[in-house]
Design a protein around this ligand. Structure first.
Ligand code: PMV
Length: 340
């Protein structure tokens, strides 16, 4: 059997930060699925004698990369109760990212979702009927990396149970089910690469620090509240309301890291300089362009497509000075994974 998927990264608007076993989220989150930042993964599976361990080799950008093996092996083990046939096959995995590996952009969401989609194809090919293959892929992806659960659909995607979203679940992500203003379907995300290379703290460690965190319970409640506040905003296209929640969520994520034990400061002086410029530009021009952050120093700059020209002039003239080697990635809300 062989299959090939291209799967995108995503950027959370309401952040997932805190989890409990088996990789279930402590609060609901919502993200934009991106497009330009993606992973392409081809998997070939050959029947083999049943083993105690999953048999596979992994090639990254054409080169055998055993350094990735522990993560992939852990993933196979975690999903084996859903796809028990994995012990009967030996896998060759060929994977590559559209963005540089060392760019500081997390590849776990795109990488794990691509692999999950490949396993879902095999699962069906082996005669297992699935009512909702994407939902199954999302559940598998979640077990690889929480945020990867959201990458199996395009547009706005929710992961984690929220009372006002009946289809939402902790076990898998679902497409956002309420009305969305057209403006959000073509939102832009310019990723400003402040820092490249490995992050200092893995998100796994960060999630762990939410256990016993003094603000944990209030934070989880706040995420529910922010989700509820965001619903009418997404419907009416209230960009100011959108930006207020999104920027607050980004700063809350970093505040949680700064107040955990041990604590982490992942923003760099250049991150803060960019945030200040973004706010100043908004004040002066009234253009509704907002920042968000993931667990690192890079800035995601979100704005409507119609403002692209003016914002990009500002990015080039003011913000690139704070990026490593003036590097950035132009991304936008995408349609989700594609079978290749
Ligand atoms: O999927 P993980 O375990 O790498 O966690 C991702 C957490 C954030 O990117 C910071 C937030 C999110 O919801 O994507």
């Amino acid at each position: 059997m062989e299959t090939f998927w291209k799967s995108p990264s995503n950027i959370a608007l309401i952040k997932y930060w805190g989890k409990y076993d088996p990789q279930l989220p402590a609060n609901p989150s919502i993200s934009f699925t991106l497009s330009a930042c993606h992973t392409e993964t081809r998997v070939a599976a050959l029947p083999c004698e049943k083993q105690n361990d999953v048999q596979f080799e992994i090639y990254f950008e054409g080169i055998k990369t055993p350094a990735f093996a522990p993560k992939i092996a852990a993933f196979f083990k975690r999903v084996a109760h859903l796809v028990p046939w994995v012990y009967d096959y030996s896998f060759s995995i060929y994977t590559q990212n559209s963005f540089p590996h060392s760019s500081g952009i997390a590849s776990s969401a795109s990488g794990m979702s691509a692999l999950a989609l490949c396993l879902t194809d095999f699962h069906q090919e082996l005669g297992n009927d699935l009512d909702n293959p994407r939902q199954f892929a999302s559940e598998l992806a979640r077990l690889g990396s929480g945020s990867a659960a959201r990458s199996v659909y395009g547009g706005l995607v929710v992961w984690g149970k929220h009372n006002d979203l009946p289809t939402s679940s902790d076990v898998f992500a679902v497409p956002y089910e309420l009305p969305v203003h057209a403006e959000f379907n073509s939102f832009q995300d310019v990723v400003l690469l402040v820092e490249k290379g490995q992050k200092e703290t893995s998100s796994t460690a960060g999630h762990g620090l939410m256990h016993g965190h003094p603000f944990a319970e209030r934070r989880f409640q706040q995420a529910h509240e922010n989700m509820k506040r965001l619903m009418p905003i997404l419907k009416t296209g209230d960009l100011e309301g959108f930006g207020e929640i999104v920027e607050s969520e980004a700063l809350t994520l970093h505040a949680l890291m700064m107040t955990s034990q041990p604590n982490f400061i992942l923003m760099k002086p250049n991150t803060l300089a960019i945030l200040e410029h973004i706010r100043q530009f908004r004040k002066e021009t009234k253009i509704p362009a907002y920042f968000t952050l993931d667990a690192g120093a890079n800035v995601h700059y979100l704005f409507p497509e119609k403002d692209k020209q003016k914002v990009m002039t500002f990015v080039t003239e003011k913000l690139l000075a704070y990026c490593k080697n003036s590097e950035y990635i132009c991304d936008f809300v995408g349609q989700g994974p594609k079978s290749l």
